[in-house]
Design a protein around this ligand. Structure first.
Ligand SMILES: Cc1cc2nc3c(=O)[nH]c(=O)nc-3n(C[C@H](O)[C@H](O)[C@H](O)COP(=O)(O)OP(=O)(O)OC[C@H]3O[C@@H](n4cnc5c(N)ncnc54)[C@H](O)[C@@H]3O)c2cc1C
Length: 481
């Protein structure tokens, strides 16, 4: 998603990067301040907004979830990989269902290009299953650490050209409902529950299993091109969207002007194209100290921005890269981790803007970021066709999305300051007929949420019919639903 230091597994480029950083005297050991304080204090990846719960259960199968629901009389929230950023995984004083142990394959049918998994499985685990079969995930985020249930629950998207949200690749779900029943839902079987569970942040039930379309794993080649901001929409339509070989695409906008998109498109190439990256998947548990130091340097050191724009970004995107789709889809979010969260953390925001508002929004967003002196690392632009599935869609029509990756200080005053300019950006998105993404910090006002997601009224009605006591909740729904 931030596509910040896109695909840098090459020893040569790592050496160059190490040289640049070493010269700037910025190499330092990463510190891991991420130790949990108490299992009842739920932290998300940013360590902002922890939620204190009364109990944590870790189910193995759907029946365990049903038993937890039956035996707990209070509110219940669900957590996957815990990469959402505003308390979406917990409800204060409630029961937390930690889905990470439900990580097994149910079945895979290569001949039908379908797979069924438990919802706590991470994309990276699924890739281990699919890769030897010559298959790949059809739609997912840019990193592989997220659970599949959490991804479906936020209706995530990635850089996949023309495919849109993950809901477009979901064939069926198994849900555990507030009354303890286990239901199979899909486009033709309780389609109302299916639509509400995809992008529903656990409002109507716990997703215990997910059935997905998968695709062939193919070799891909990266092509990088600078495009004028004014011509980007046309460029995208003519050179990316209508090119059947385009598989993944995003464009980076760099601070402080955010006005010169660098388009990065991965094209399918012949099976026999010589690979420059021969690993089929990104290895687990690799060290990313170099990347972490690069981010630190670019955001903290005098001249860091210029070094990034003039040296590091071109250096990382210039070389020819040919690799397997599964390799590019198995990136590890650890490469974005800060060296320490003592003073600051890295966070994301995302805005979805219909095509007609692209240019005006891009310019106004850049203006807010400059005026408010936001520690932005980059904005990544992507495209999505309209959502055909979710009850609560972030793409009511075809949209361009603007993913802002920024650095935020960890003290309270900083959160309030970020809240102020975030609400400004949400207003801008709304003024251009757009929406904002819900897995991030909960800075929107209730009125902004209601304007962005008018379908929430329907979700509320459905929830009242299947969960009349409002047992499934979390800090997102406590605030807005
Ligand atoms: C570095 C980084 C990069 C990211 N890149 C992208 C990107 O490219 N595209 C994108 O769309 N998003 C992106 N995100 C956001 C990400 O998709 C969401 O935060 C997603 O929720 C992460 O999955 P998770 O397993 O961590 O879910 P969690 O954060 O654990 O949960 C998210 C929500 O889903 C609910 N939930 C989880 N599991 C279940 C279940 N089994 N049943 C019912 N409800 C459940 C939770 O209650 C919660 O409300 C990124 C986030 C980070 C930190």
């Amino acid at each position: 998603m931030p596509d910040l230091l896109d695909s840098r597994r090459h020893a040569e480029r790592r050496a160059l990067l190490a040289g640049a950083l070493g010269a700037a005297g910025s190499l330092a050991a990463a510190d891991s301040s991420a130790a949990e304080t108490s299992p009842l204090q739920l932290h998300n990846v940013t360590r902002l907004y922890p939620v204190r719960v009364s109990r944590v259960n870790a189910p193995d199968v759907a029946a365990d979830i049903a038993a937890s629901v039956a035996s707990w009389s209070g509110q219940i929230a669900v957590g996957g990989g815990r990469y959402s950023m505003g308390g979406q995984i917990g409800v204060k004083g409630g029961l937390h269902l930690d889905m990470r142990r439900m990580n097994r394959l149910v079945w895979v049918k290569p001949e039908n290009r379908t797979v069924r998994v438990q919802a706590g499985m991470r994309w990276r685990d699924l890739q281990d299953v699919l890769d030897p079969l010559g298959l790949a995930v059809k739609i997912m985020q840019s990193y592989s650490n997220f659970t599949i249930g959490g991804s479906v629950s936020v209706n995530c998207h990635g850089r996949y050209v023309g495919l849109g949200p993950v809901g477009h690749s979901v064939r069926a779900l198994q849900l555990v409902m507030a009354d303890g029943s286990v239901q199979e839902v899909g486009p033709n079987r309780r389609p109302d529950l299916f639509a509400a569970a995809i992008g529903g942040y656990g409002a109507v039930g716990v997703i215990s299993e997910v059935e997905l379309d998968v695709v062939a794993n193919v070799p891909i080649e990266r092509r990088v091109q600078s495009v004028p901001l004014e011509g980007y929409v046309e460029f995208f339509k003519q050179n990316v969207l209508s090119d059947p070989t385009a598989v993944l695409h995003n464009a980076d906008l760099l601070p402080p002007e955010f006005d010169a998109p660098v388009s990065v498109t991965w094209h399918r190439v012949e099976d026999r194209a010589p690979l420059t990256e021969t690993s089929r998947l990104v290895p687990r548990g690799a060290s990313y100290a170099l990347e972490q130091n690069a981010i630190f340097l670019m955001t903290e050191m005098p001249g860091g921005r210029r070094l990034r724009e003039k040296v590091i970004h071109p250096m990382l995107t210039r070389p020819r890269v040919v690799k397997w789709l599964n390799h590019e889809a198995s990136l590890d979010a650890a490469e974005l981790e800060p060296r320490t969260r003592a003073m600051s953390t890295y966070v994301l925001q995302e805005y979805f803007i219909p095509e007609a508002g692209f240019l005006a929004f891009a310019r106004s967003m850049a203006d807010v970021l400059r005026r408010r002196n936001v520690g932005a690392l980059n904005i990544s632009i992507r495209h999505s066709p309209a959502d055909r599935v979710s009850l609560l869609p972030w793409a009511r029509q075809d949209v361009f999305s603007f993913v802002l990756y920024h650095k935020q200080r960890t003290w309270d005053g900083a959160q309030q300051r970020v809240g102020r300019w975030t609400r400004e950006l949400i207003d801008l998105a709304l003024a251009h007929g757009g929406r904002y993404y819900l897995p991030y910090q909960l800075h929107a006002t209730a009125a902004q949420f209601a304007q962005a997601y008018p379908e929430a009224a329907q979700l509320r009605r459905l929830k009242e019919s299947v969960d009349p006591r409002g047992r499934f909740s979390n800090e997102l729904w406590r605030r807005y639903l």
